[in-house]
Design a protein around this ligand. Structure first.
Ligand code: NAP
Length: 294
């Protein structure tokens, strides 16, 4: 570890983009807490990371991010690891985990699964870890969104899509929610805050995301489409850049692709939509709407 080593929590750390991001961050000598749901995948990821980086300070925590009680336990466990490592702050949270689900399914909290995993989980985990991020010299919250946020809106009358569920309809709305959340988090933190939030657009990436909890057609379609995507190691560069480069100016450009800021969709910068989604999400997560600022 060097004096520039950062302490980073990353969700979805055992496959695809998340695993590649962990590997890139380990190459740079950062302290890593990976979050994942499968013990077998955790064991495999931990083994490969430790073999490649024997000196890396690494811990994996297990949580199913569709469950708010597990997210709350996770935040307590993160605190425990920070204490174990003798640290009083967290530098970076990377909300990377994401899911594509072909079938309408409710989580144990009663919410549509993609909305819960892809949006409510980052929303709640960020709130729970914010006090630790606020103690960092430059805290960062990265949420991995997608270019698919551009082609949709929030379906306010049926956010859980219980009446008209569609795989992509739910996915796009959840990825739009990532961008609205990032916009509103920065607005509520204010320009003087030491914490900044960024939405990451990784482009098309060759991973298995569309082949996990999906129908035969979606698996077939994703198999053909993902072949044209970037390898995860290339797509991970933007998250690694935003997590580690301390020289990024704190300006208004908060949606990033290929290590550069680009404009997000006009809808995703609508103040009233961002505020309304924030209020709804706070209610669905059972937390105070107001942020505790530094
Ligand atoms: N692939 C693309 O073209 C693309 C494009 C734009 C944006 N993205 C975004 O990039 C991020 C990473 O996706 P990926 O393509 O790398 O797919 P991936 O390989 O399937 O990675 C997704 C990760 O999220 C984890 N995850 C899913 N549901 C979870 C849950 N309930 N609890 C805990 N962890 C859960 C997965 O765990 P398991 O390993 O156990 O499945 C996996 O580690 C996602 O946010 C996705 O929306 C991907």
């Amino acid at each position: 570890m060097t004096k520039n080593s950062k302490t980073i929590v990353l969700t979805g750390a055992t496959s695809g983009l998340g695993l590649a991001t962990m590997q890139g961050l380990a190459d740079e000598g950062h302290r890593l807490i990976g979050v994942a749901r499968s013990p077998e995948k955790i064991a495999a990821a931990e083994k490969s990371l430790r073999e490649a980086h024997p000196d890396v300070e690494l811990n994996f925590l297990r949580a199913d991010l569709s469950s708010q009680s597990q997210i709350r336990n996770l935040a307590e466990e993160v605190e425990g690891v920070l204490r174990l490592w003798g640290l009083d702050h967290l530098d970076v949270l990377v909300n990377n985990a994401g899911a594509v689900t072909s079938w309408y399914a409710q989580t144990e909290d009663g919410y549509e699964r993609q909305f819960a995993v892809n949006h409510l989980a980052p929303f709640l985990l960020t709130h729970l870890l914010l006090p630790d991020l606020q103690k960092a010299p430059k805290g960062r919250v990265l949420t991995v969104s997608s270019g698919s946020h551009r082609h949709t809106r929030v379906h306010w009358k049926d956010v859980m899509l219980s009446r008209h569920y569609g795989t992509l309809r739910a996915y796009k709305q959840s990825k739009l929610a990532n961008v609205l959340f990032t916009y509103e988090l920065n607005r509520r933190l204010g320009p003087e805050s030491k914490v900044r939030a960024y939405a990451v657009d990784p482009g098309l990436v060759n991973t298995q995301i569309g082949a996990k909890d999906t129908s035969g057609f979606v698996k077939w379609f994703w198999g053909r489409r993902s072949r044209h995507g970037n390898p995860p190691e290339i797509a991970a560069e933007t998250s690694i850049y935003l997590a580690c480069r301390s020289s990024i100016p704190y300006h208004d450009q908060w949606y990033w692709k290929e290590c550069h800021p680009i404009p997000p969709s006009p809808y995703s910068s609508k103040p009233e939509a961002a505020k309304r989604l924030w209020q709804l999400s706070a209610r669905l997560c059972g937390i105070e709407e107001d942020l505790k600022t530094e």
